[in-house]
Write a protein that binds this ligand. Sequence first.
Ligand code: C5P
Length: 238
Amino acid sequence: MKERLIVSLDLNDLGKIKELVKGLNGLVEIYKVGSIPFIYFGKEIIEFLKQNQKKVMLDLKFHDIPNTVARACEGAVELGIDFLTLHASGGFSMLEEAVKTTLLSAQTKKLNRPKLLGVTVLTSIDEAYFKDLFGEIKRSVTEQVIFLAQLARSAGLDGVVASPREVEIIRKECGKDLLIVTPGIRPKPSQDDQARTMTPGQAIRAGADYIVVGRPIIKAEDPVTAAKEIIEEMGNGD
Ligand code: C5P
């Protein structure tokens, strides 16, 4: 199960990040670098993770015009990362262009290409907020997630990022080959900003390929024990 756990390094302290990664050695193989560590430490954090033989999910959630996203994808290939995120809501042309450019760039430079993941609807958004955000719309959050997952798949993306609560329906609607990565994981009920959550075991049982866990590990008093408990719970299925 441990190779299906992605730990999110949402910290602005490089010393702490290095300490965490070293402490979790042997337990955690993939780290998510999002906008917080990337804005502070840029390439340095990616180089550090690669030197320590870790896989990297660069979670900058690109959402821009197709040309800008495509050029950013070319740069991401050079970083030697393993997963890259972009917002599926950026539209078919943006997604398709990103897929083409990433493939071509990796082939030309003889580098590994990152797997592209389309973010569907953020796990912090619930049904009530979704209505506030878009006014009178015809789709529910779940319908919008399915729409975006199908869009991502048809544009050639490798997978999607979605809440664990939508994993089962995405599997049903999009088949078994689409990778599903799920944040919004909480080992216990919590009061923070995640709205559509599940436990690690529930998410795996629902069909997630990878789960992303941030605060329950990086803010834990004992991150190693927290990670071990989560990995064990992933295997229990519930
Ligand atoms: O601390 P926590 O476990 O809530 O961290 C979840 C991570 O997953 C954060 O880095 C957040 O940016 C990210 N994420 C998310 N929902 C998405 C996509 C990414 O929470 N749909």
